[in-house]
Each structure stands twice: as C-alpha cells, then as structure tokens.
Design a protein around this ligand. Structure first.
Ligand SMILES: [Zn+2]
Ligand SMILES: [Zn+2]
Length: 248
C-alpha cells in the first residue's frame, strides 16, 4: 500500500533561529508540526562550527525546553558536523544533555575525501553513542559507498536520512535523486532503517514531506523500514528517556 503523508508521524531534523540561518522559533516549529498532523518534532540546531550557530551552553540547557507544545511532543537533538578526522564538532559531554545527534557533512567544516574515505569517516562518527542518524547522505559533492554505509548503519544502530530539502533543491545536492535510489536499494537488501526529515529552516517547512513521499512510493520502499511510521520503534531506537534531567 502506498505511503501517505499522514503515515509520517515525526520530523526530527528542524532548525530554529538559534542555528543562525533559520527563521522560526521552537514554538513556531511545533505549531507547524501540529498543523501538519505530526505527533513529535525534534529540534536539531547545527553544531557550533557552522557560522552563527549555538554556543555550547545552548545545548547544555536544552532540558528547559518544554516536552510538549501545541499537543506535539518535542525532543531535542543536534545536527553535528562531521570533521575531517571522523570526529564531530560537539563533545560527548554536551551530547549527554540531548536526546539524539544527527551527523552531517557540511562544506564549512569538511572537504571531500572521496567515496571510500568519506564512508570511513562517517562510520567512525556513527560509533559515537548519541549519534543515531546520518543527515542527507545524498550528494555527489561528498559521495559515499552505500553498501558499506548501510552495513555500518545497522551495526551502529543508525538510520540514514531521506532529506526532503535535498529533493526540493537538487541543484544544491547534485545527484541526490539517483543517490537515494541506490541508498534505498541497499537499505532494503540489508534491512536498514531510514528516517524522513524536512531539514526545515522555517516553520512553514516542518512536516512538509511531499517530495520524499513521492520518491519512496516510486521505489515502493517498505514502511517497516521507515522509523517515522512507528514512534515506539523510533523512541526505542534512540533510547529515548523522558525523565532525562541533566542540564543547568
Ligand atoms: Zn545539514
Ligand atoms: Zn539541517
């Protein structure tokens, strides 16, 4: 049966003004999520190496963010930057204040090392405890070996992201459509979860998964491997702890 927008219950890659180049607040993002029928939204500001993003204390105080707004559950993460040595730009101590981390490649803090080494570096970062997602592994600018990336994702309890923003602006992520088709084929073959995110930089984008749903239906991607479709499964995947009290 075809995937429908309403089957995707969460969007965990969204940005707010705290990222320095996004334009809404967490409340506005949560309101957007509520309007689009989501049950859960994750706020994931960029790591500190993106110009204008948060200071470390921002992540350390994330427990001040209400866990529910507009009837939508709110969780807090970070879109950490992969660095050229396979580490990320946020220390594990700070990750302890957050529910999850997404690792992503961004040109500000990473140069292309070629498909095999890009894959090795992402695999190293996937080994970090809180890292459970790889953002937009989809562009010819930073190619990866999907067979190896998918295998390592399974071994490290990571899900690979389908990023709706890439599909909306393929000129910025060249090759993304074909790369996603390759990634999906490996995910199905090996049994790897994906997560569908909007990467919203404005509240109007939160939960707008249209392009992603179209592509997933084109390849008949199985719902069972889409983490957004089952929030219990999603929460178990990130070891979600509602009673997390760390923070200042
Ligand atoms: Zn990103
Ligand atoms: Zn992002």
């Amino acid at each position: 049966m075809a995937l429908e927008l309403k089957d995707l219950l969460c969007d965990i890659h969204t940005h707010t003004i705290a990222s320095g180049h996004a334009y809404g607040t967490i409340r506005e993002n949560a309101q957007g999520a509520a309007e689009r029928g989501l049950k859960l939204v994750g706020t994931s500001e960029h790591g500190p190496k993106i110009p204008g993003s948060c200071e470390p204390i921002y992540y350390a105080c994330a427990n001040r963010i209400p866990r529910e707004m507009f009837g939508v559950e709110v969780i807090t993460g970070v879109e950490a930057n992969l660095l050229d040595d396979g580490t990320i730009d946020i220390p594990e101590m700070l990750l302890g204040f957050l529910d999850y981390a997404i690792v992503g490649v961004h040109g500000f803090c990473y140069k292309n090392h070629g498909a095999e080494e890009n894959t090795d570096l992402l695999i190293k970062a996937m080994g970090i405890e809180k890292v459970h997602f790889v953002a937009h592994p989809d562009t010819d600018k930073y190619p990866v070996n999907y067979e190896r990336l998918v295998k390592a994702a399974i071994e490290n309890r990571c899900a690979l992201e389908l990023n709706n923003s890439s599909l909306r602006k393929p000129q910025e992520r060249p090759g993304c459509y074909d790369n996603y088709r390759k990634m999906f084929a490996e995910c199905v073959k090996q049994g790897c979860y994906i997560i569908v995110n909007t990467d919203a930089h404005d509240p109007s984008e939160v939960g707008r998964f249209e392009k992603a749903v179209e592509l997933l239906n084109e390849v008949d991607f199985p719902k069972e491997l889409i983490l957004n479709c089952d929030l219990d499964k999603f929460k178990a995947f990130i070891d979600y702890d509602y009673d997390r009290i760390m923070g200042f």
